[in-house]
Design a protein around this ligand. Structure first.
Ligand code: API
Length: 277
């Protein structure tokens, strides 16, 4: 099977993007893991599949697979790459599109300056919607990681996030606590683990250990979840600049029930083909 794909990234969070609008595209988890492998395959954090919509009034359907082969609900950096991909490949002449995902409808928009703004929808905060086995409905919850206990805020952007505040992201124990949080028993669907340093009320630094991919250079839904958590904890005021290791995003949120808006870049690196056995 010959697979045509485009390599893209959003602030270094990198993707293999496949156009499946004309022909169905069913890949096994094994093949996705092969494609995502940075030594034996192409290499990516996630594989994004562009499909025709399944419902009226929508332009495309968007499926997301982590490097571990699992399909997930949402990807923020991928949504920005998505609108650049469909626009550049002339799958649409629209610059503002409506896209259905497992997590619901999102609306990415290609701005005149090349940046992309995405209405990511409203965050979900009820524990059952994360899903999170919560001690209470408090914004901050203790989570035991064996010999240490961390204080997290659980937020879903369609995909689950556990966000904690740290003094310095550069020295934060991301590679130790990240996997422990990702696989914690109180997150039945596993979780993305965010480590947020508050610089000031409109500025944070963020690292994310992603579910199914490990630490990435940037995480769009993680940036949204961190800003939501920071505003709920009255540490942040919208809009917020989020500095990730791959660059900066701008996140805006007007409070519970309101959508989160994310603005940032989307870059095409190359087009290629690969023979899959
Ligand atoms: N690892 C995430 C999916 C990709 C999210 C991230 N790449 C983004 O930009 O939002 C999860 O399992 O929920």
């Amino acid at each position: 099977m010959r697979l045509r794909f485009t390599k893209m990234h959003g602030l270094g969070n990198d993707f293999i993007v496949v156009d499946a609008t004309r022909a169905p595209f069913e890949l096994t988890p094994e093949r996705i893991r092969f494609l995502a492998d940075r030594h034996f395959g192409v290499g990516c954090d996630q594989l994004l599949v562009v499909e025709a919509p399944t419902q009226p009034g929508v332009d495309f359907r968007y499926r997301i697979f982590n490097a571990d082969g699992g399909e997930v609900e949402q990807c923020g950096n991928g949504a920005r790459c998505f609108v650049r991909f469909v626009h550049d490949r002339k799958l649409t002449d629209k610059t503002h599109i409506r896209v259905e995902t497992q997590a619901g409808l999102i609306e990415p928009k290609l701005e005149a300056d090349g940046q992309v703004t995405v209405n990511m929808g409203a965050p979900h905060l009820a524990p059952d919607d994360i899903p999170f086995d919560a001690d209470s409905d408090a914004v901050v919850q203790p989570l035991s990681l064996g010999d240490v206990r961390v204080l997290i805020t659980a937020v879903s952007m369609g995909n689950p996030h556990a966000v904690q505040v740290v003094a310095d992201v550069d020295s934060a124990p991301v590679t130790v606590q990240g996997p422990a949080i990702e696989n914690h028993v109180r997150f039945p669907a596993r979780v993305n683990a965010g480590f947020m340093q508050v610089v000031d009320a409109h500025h944070i630094r963020l690292r994310v250990w992603e579910r199914g991919a490990g630490e990435t250079l940037a995480c769009g839904t993680g940036a949204c979840a961190a800003v939501v958590a920071g505003i709920l904890r009255e540490l942040l005021v919208s809009p917020v600049r989020v500095d990730t290791r791959g660059g900066s995003l701008s996140i805006a949120w007007a409070g519970p029930g309101s959508p989160v808006y994310m603005t940032g870049p989307a870059v095409t690196v190359f087009d290629a083909e690969i023979e899959l056995d």
